[in-house]
Design a protein around this ligand. Structure first.
Ligand code: MRU
Length: 357
């Protein structure tokens, strides 16, 4: 997608280095950062310079490439794989990508490891781009249907950033929006700010602006009244892990939005590629929910009137705070899952049928 009119992917390999867009600097600064070692990749995932389930999976795949470049000894690759998997706990894509890389590398001669790993990491990225594009074409049909009935601008609510910045390109939840916009359907996006890290305001609104898509940032508590007033036609969100039961784990606050949508008969869709499906875990209480530093709540960063980026404390100094990063939306509140293979109900039989499991 575009930044200042130029096409970018979120991650790529160039001159023997991995290049990323440092998302902690957006929206005020667009900075491309180089990752030279596997520890750089682990750190980029932990500090959320890269974030979003598909993108952290891709970064982990490139992390393996960087590990092999440093030392192609089996023990080093194994330790590096563990560090990458443990960098963040909730998105299943990390495990998925590291397992896929290691499977590909087993029985490969040491002198070929680097080339095979690089090819597989590229394959993971290209596949994600194609899957996200297919999700867009599938989700477009839903938006088109609403437009045909309403004959007026379609208002879409999204949470966090499941946009191209969370994937390699297109995004999951935003991909249908980009397709609708390209095909001339008037759309407007309600962008949940997504406290505490503000991925909605800082990233989703930013990327929609770059593509010229009308959007309005709202606080995380505003969606409910907008739905009551009939100002939301559809919700589309992403996911960090979807169980085969159809239960969806996504950024904290997704569940409350799904409840409000359910109460107001607003269709609530989750967009995902198959790399985000956890076929093993059956009970959503067993999903590890990331708890991040409480400083992400107590401090806020922004640009002052002299254009300096500053971080300030906004809470009473002695107050305690808690920062759970994800929640679960049970399948019963989900209208449908938009996947690269098509649309399905959030249920075990439908998911299994769609993915031939
Ligand atoms: O903590 P983040 O910013 O990595 O969380 C991202 C999300 O919750 C996204 O909705 C999810 O990863 C879907 S990405 C297409």
């Amino acid at each position: 997608m575009r930044v200042n009119g130029k096409e970018y992917r979120t991650i790529w390999f160039e001159n023997n280095l991995v290049k990323i867009i440092d998302q902690t600097k957006l929206p005020h600064n667009f900075i491309i950062k180089e990752l030279e070692t596997v520890d750089h990749a682990v750190n980029a995932i932990k500090t959320m310079e890269v974030r979003g389930a598909p993108l952290i999976g891709a970064t982990a795949a490139y992390g393996i490439v960087l590990a092999i470049k440093e030392n192609n000894n089996f023990e080093f690759i194994k330790k590096s794989s563990e560090k990458l998997v443990n960098a963040r706990p909730t998105a299943i894509n990390l495990q998925w990508a590291v397992h896929r890389m290691n499977n590909k590398l087993s029985f490969i001669k040491s002198e070929d490891l680097f080339d095979v790993a690089l090819k597989e990491a590229e394959e993971i990225c290209n596949e994600d781009i194609n899957f996200c594009e297919s999700i867009g074409l599938e989700g477009f049909k839903i938006i088109q249907k609403i437009y045909k009935k309403k004959k007026n601008k379609v208002n879409i609510l999204t949470h966090c950033n499941a946009g191209w910045l969370a994937t390699i390109n297109w995004g999951t939840a935003t991909s249908p929006i980009y397709q609708a916009h390209k095909k001339g359907i008037p759309v407007h996006v309600w962008v949940d700010e997504t406290r505490p890290r503000n991925q909605g305001a800082n990233l989703t609104s930013y990327e929609l602006n770059e593509e010229g898509i009308p959007n309005t940032i709202i606080t995380d508590n505003t969606g409910g009244i907008l739905m009551q007033r009939g100002e939301v036609d559809i919700c589309i969100v992403g996911t960090d892990r979807t169980l085969s039961t159809g239960d969806v784990c996504n950024k904290i606050g997704t569940y409350l939005k799904a409840l409000a949508a359910y109460d107001n008969n607003v269709p609530f869709y989750v967009a995902l590629s198959s790399s985000t499906i956890d076929w093993e875990t059956k009970d959503y209480n067993n999903i590890p929910i990331e708890e991040r530093n409480s400083e992400e709540l107590s401090h806020i960063e922004g640009k002052d009137d002299k254009n300096n980026i500053r971080k300030v404390l906004i809470y009473p100094e002695n107050s305690k705070s808690m920062n759970l990063a994800f929640d679960i939306t049970p399948a019963k509140y989900i209208t449908g899952l938009i996947t690269e293979k098509g649309l399905c109900k959030a249920s075990t039989p439908d998911l299994k049928k769609l993915f031939n499991k």
